[in-house]
Structure formats: C-alpha cells, structure tokens
Design a protein around this ligand. Structure first.
Ligand SMILES: Cc1cc2nc3c(=O)[nH]c(=O)nc-3n(C[C@H](O)[C@H](O)[C@H](O)COP(=O)(O)OP(=O)(O)OC[C@H]3O[C@@H](n4cnc5c(N)ncnc54)[C@H](O)[C@@H]3O)c2cc1C
Length: 600
C-alpha cells in the first residue's frame, strides 16, 4: 500500500507505539487477549488531521485507493467500535479539538475535544452541557455523538443525542449539515447519531448548554427490597421531578461495594471482599482467582451476605426548584418505604463519580476479566430483564447491578461482572446475556453503542432498518471505506409480531393505530383513565415530530412499513443500538405507535 499520498494530506504515524495505541479501544475482550499475549491487529498507520478540509481530502483519497478508514475519538469505547484492522488506516480525530464559539444556550465545537476540557471551558462562561459519562476524562464529543452516549445526569438533561442540535458530517460522497444547521437538504441527523463512524466523520457539532446549576441536594435511602425501590424510582420520574441523579444499587452491589455505609465506603468494600474470600477459604492471589473460577458458588455466597439496597437521589437547578423538588422527592421516597440515610451516600457518590475502573490491570493479569452490560426496557419488563440477565451471567461470572438512567417509561440496568478464564468463557457469557436481554424485550445497548460486541444482537433488534441503512451506506460511502463491518451485518431479525393496540399503565405507554382519528383515540384513552402526554388534534402519525422537552421520550416504539415490509422498532425508553429512527420515518409508513400517556 502506498501511504505517501495520505501523508501529504495529514500527519501519518507508522511507529509501533502509535500503531499499538490506536489498535483497539477499551473493549475488555481485547484487554483480555492482550493480557494473554495476543496483540490485536495493528492498523496500517495513524492519520491525525487538524482541519476538516484534510478529513475531506483523506476520505476522497481513501475511496480512490480502496483503503478503509476507522474514525478514532479517544478510544474509550467498550465494544470494539474503533478497533483497528491490519488493512485499514486509523483516523485519529483528537487534533480537531477547537471550541469554536460559546453562546448562551449553545456551544459550537470540533469533535476531538475531550469531555472534561469542554466542561471546564464552558464553566468559565457560567454554562455546562451536564453530559457527564464516567469516561468524561477519556472520551471525545465526537465519540459521544457517534455512539449515543449517556451521562450520569441523563434523567434531568437527556442523553448526548438529545443535546446535539446540529452536526457537520463529511462522508466520502459529500458534506452534510444536520439538525438546526440543515440547509434544506436531506435530513440525516438521526443516522449520523449512533452509526459509529460507518457513514462519515462528524467534524463539527452544535451542542445545547444549560446554566450552571445554582444548587444541588443529594441523599441516600435504604430499601429492604429491590421492587420497593423500583416503585419509588418510577413514581419519582412519572411525577416529573426530573432528578439529575437516580441510582439504585442491587443488594450484591450495595453490599460488596459498601454502598450501605455512610462513613468509609472504600474501607467497607475491602472488608467485605475479604470476608467473602475468607468464607471461601482462600487468600493471596487465589482470593481473586478462585471465586471467579467458581462463579455460581461465589454468587450464592455474595447473595447470601447481601440484604437490602441503596438508592441515591440528586436534584439540581435553581435554589427554588431544588428545594421544592428535593422535598417532594424525599416525601415520595419515604412513602414508598425508603429509609433516610442522609446526605452522606449521595455526596460520596457525587465526589467520586468519575473514579471508575482505571485500575483493572491486576485482574486481567490474573487471567480474569471484568466488564459491564447496559440494557434498558419499560418499567413493566424490568423485573424479567433483571432476573433473566442475572441468571444468564451468574453461570459464568460474579455479577451485581445498578439501575440508573431512569425515564418516566422505563429504566436502564447496568450489570457489572467479573469472571475467570478464557476468551471462550467471555464470549459464552455475552452470548447468553444478550439473548436473555432480547428475550426480555430490552434494547441490547443503552449507551455503550454496538461495536463488534453487539453487532449481531443489534442487527436482530433493528433488523427492520437494516435495508435502509445498507442503502444509505451504499450511497454515502460507495467504496465502503468507512469503518467497514459496522454497523449491521446481514443478520436475520426476529419474526415480525405486530404490536397490538393496548395500554401499559405501569410504564404509561399506549400503543395506538397511527392513523386513528383523534377523537376516537382520545375517547379510547379516556375510557381507561388516560390521555396523551403530548396532546395533539391530528392522528399520531402526523404529529410525532412536534417539539417535546429533550429529556422526554416522544415515541417509545412503532410498527411501520419499512422498505416495503411490515416491521417493528422495539418499545424501549432509549437505546444506543444504532441510529434511532422511531420519529423519523415518513408519516405514511406508520402502522401503530407506542407513545407516552398520563393519567387524567
Ligand atoms: C471507564 C469507562 C467508563 C465509561 N462510562 C460511560 C458512561 O458513563 N456513559 C457512556 O455513554 N459511555 C461510557 N463509556 C463508553 C465510552 O466512553 C463512550 O462510548 C464514548 O462515547 C466513546 O467516546 P470516544 O471519544 O472514546 O470514542 P471512540 O471509542 O474512539 O469511538 C467510538 C465510536 O465512534 C466513532 N467515532 C469517534 N469519533 C467520531 C467522529 N468524530 N465521527 C464519526 N465517528 C466517530 C468511532 O469510529 C467508534 O465507532 C465508558 C468507557 C469507559 C472505559
């Protein structure tokens, strides 16, 4: 391959440290392989443009030469989306790192800016995005948009896709402006959000900002049973209180991570792991390896010493708003059976919220792995999802979970697990866990995206849109050079079962014929004691693109005629399993829509 022409456009590195650094993202499978001595495939080279014009020229040349390009933000993805290939060049975007313009309510920014740098710069102007993923120190704005990231405060501010007002995207076949920047051309906004660099490179973004919160109140509550705490979370979200934090730790997470102690959670956590190891009769390196080698036993023991769970709440905004919402939330939680633990647990979580697993090397070095899985579903499906996925994982690894990213209609579950063994064990765990999530009616990705890990599972979940995606890919990237292999391989989708009209009152979702006359529809709902959350006097299919608050779910799912076939997009609150087309299909194509409702 003649790389000379590429290096005339932008700096090209071919030295080993650069190639190794850009050969993979933080997918634990590749960390496990590396720990076992298997270096991932090294890219042909690493291109580092610092101007959008260079990106454009590189895409043109790569198309001519037939050399694939893999966009690379900060490589913090955990599913292998930015992993290198020995026949591709990696396109490092970190030098496109300018904050171009800050105005009240919005910032114009290049994609390579690191999250924390953006928040630091905005803070000086009294603003913030309040997008706060645990990876804020090591992820970029472009990566957030390309994989539909969610921050810890999403219950109040929405996911990152809700904050992106406009984008400039360079594809091999031309430049596109989206959202508020759209100039009357085809609107590809929803496609570029969540397509993981497989259609083009995001070179500029317009992002919503909010004033820095004036006040914040955090608290912890103890519950004896998980369902009691789910009830409190659901009621809080359905009451429209919009907490910035709402996180429930299941009994094992509460116990082993020391969440139930206000004083010194880290010390408590160490003591509990020690106690568990002693019960298993193991010490030293074996204290790590043996429990992981016997996951069912270790899970049973962990569950045996676990009792009760802890819910963290946080409210922020203006002083007046916070005092009102925090008090209302506090009373609601007490009424649901929560025991007040005071401000300690919430404050501790807030102070340490980015201290995530940067110290996992010893675990991988001990022939073990740790990983996380984030899935989401409606409130009515949550108990099944929790039970089924835990049951699938606990055969292979020690598992705990927390519930965060709550919505009025549902919630995400974040499973954390650690296991011992080979890549085969790792793969078997994921196969079982993803199948369990799909069976329970969840989305297989709430905010980590798809990558290689969830490629088949996401393709099944969104089989309906795969033909549209492949047609668009062929048009925007005819030479197929953008992040090849992503996003949907040609997997068969699950059999099409149309949604029956009906009401899920727990999740406050109604599934309604898309063209039902408004009076008939409203009377049907009123008879059951409900009304549309976003009222409209036209059939739903004609009104779903009305503006709603960004944190709100406008459409939860739909059946439609897609590419000439009746197809279904699953009913979930939010997802990152590829692009979200639920409100973007042509009106005439909708058959039924699942939309939020509220009691009369
Ligand atoms: C410790 C840790 C904690 C995490 N916590 C969270 C969390 O709280 N919330 C969350 O959402 N995620 C979290 N993640 C996952 C990860 O940080 C996110 O997926 C993040 O959005 C990835 O950003 P990045 O810049 O590192 O992208 P990369 O990993 O470099 O790339 C991700 C994908 O986006 C594509 N891409 C990157 N930039 C562009 C661009 N400009 N144009 C087109 N395509 C592009 C890449 O090709 C790839 O497909 C965590 C990861 C780690 C390691």
């Amino acid at each position: 391959v003649n790389l000379h022409r590429f290096s005339e456009i932008a700096p090209l590195a071919t030295d080993l440290p650069e190639l190794v650094a850009h050969s993979r993202d933080l997918w634990p499978r590749s960390t496990l392989q590396l720990a076992q001595g298997n270096l991932p495939p090294l890219p042909l080279g690493v291109l580092s443009p610092d101007k959008p014009d260079q990106v454009q020229a590189l895409l043109k040349l790569a198309s001519e030469e037939g050399i694939p390009l893999i966009p690379y933000g900060a490589g913090s993805g955990v599913c292998g989306a930015a992993a290198g290939s020995s026949s591709a060049l990696t396109l490092n975007l970190k030098r496109l790192d300018r904050i171009l313009e800050v105005k009240p309510g919005q910032v114009r920014v290049q994609p390579g800016v690191l999250g924390q740098h953006l928040e630091d710069a905005l803070e000086k102007t009294g603003q913030a995005t309040r997008h706060s993923p645990s990876s804020i120190w090591c992820s970029t704005v472009g990566g957030w948009a390309a994989s539909r990231s969610a921050g810890q405060f999403s219950s109040r501010y929405g996911k990152f896709e809700d904050m992106v007002l406009g984008m400039k995207v360079i594809t091999p076949s031309g430049e596109y402006w989206t959202g508020e920047w759209n100039r009357g051309e085809e609107e590809l906004h929803p496609w570029f959000l969540g397509t993981e660099g497989a259609l083009g490179v995001i070179t500029e973004l317009l992002v919503r900002t909010v004033p820095l919160p004036e006040d914040r109140v955090l608290r912890g509550y103890r519950f004896s049973e998980v369902p009691q705490a789910w009830n409190a979370m659901r009621q809080l979200m359905q009451a429209g209180l919009r907490p910035m934090a709402l996180r429930l730790y299941d009994p094992v997470d509460t116990r082993l991570a020391g969440k139930d102690t206000v004083e010194k959670p880290n010390h408590a956590r160490r003591e509990r792991w020690k106690a568990l190891a002693e019960r298993l009769g193991v010490t030293g390196k074996a204290a790590l390896q043996l429990p992981l080698a016997l996951p069912r036993l270790a899970n049973a023991l962990a569950e045996g010493i676990a009792a009760g769970c802890v819910l963290i709440t946080g409210f922020e905004g203006s002083k007046e708003e916070v005092s009102k919402a925090a008090e209302q939330g506090h009373q609601l939680i007490l009424a649901c059976g929560g025991g007040d633990m005071g401000t300690g647990p919430g404050e501790h979580w807030y102070q340490t919220r980015h201290h995530v697993s940067y110290k996992l090397s010893p675990l991988f070095g001990a022939d073990a792995f740790a990983d996380t899985m984030e899935v989401a579903c409606t409130w009515s499906r949550l108990p099944d999802l929790y039970r089924e996925v835990r049951a699938a994982i606990r055969n292979h690894a020690i598992v705990m979970a927390h519930f965060s990213h709550a919505y009025a209609e549902g919630c995400s579950i974040y499973f954390s697990f650690a296991g011992r063994g080979s890549v085969e064990t790792y793969d078997a765990l994921w196969k079982d866990a993803l199948a369990a999530a799909a069976r329970a009616g969840a989305t297989v990705a709430h905010h980590h995206g798809v990558g290689q890990l969830k490629m088949q599972a996401a393709a099944q979940e969104l089989a309906a849109i795969a033909p549209l995606y492949h047609a668009l890919k062929a048009r925007l990237d005819p030479a197929g050079i953008m992040n090849p292999g992503r996003l949907f391989p040609t997997a068969e989708g699950a059999a099409f079962i149309p949604d029956e009209p009906g009401l899920d009152s727990l999740s406050r979702i109604a599934t309604l014929p898309a063209w039902q006359p408004p009076q008939e529809r409203d009377a049907w709902l009123a008879k059951r004691g409900y009304r549309l959350k976003h009222p409209t006097s036209t059939p739903l299919a004609q009104s779903i693109r009305q503006p709603v608050p960004a944190w709100d779910c406008q459409v939860l799912g739909c059946t439609a005629r897609i590419a000439g076939k009746a197809a279904r997009l699953p009913t979930v609150p939010r997802s990152s399993a590829g692009p979200d087309l639920r409100v973007w299909l042509p009106s005439n194509d909708y058959i039924s829509l699942s939309v939020p409702v509220e009691p009369l």
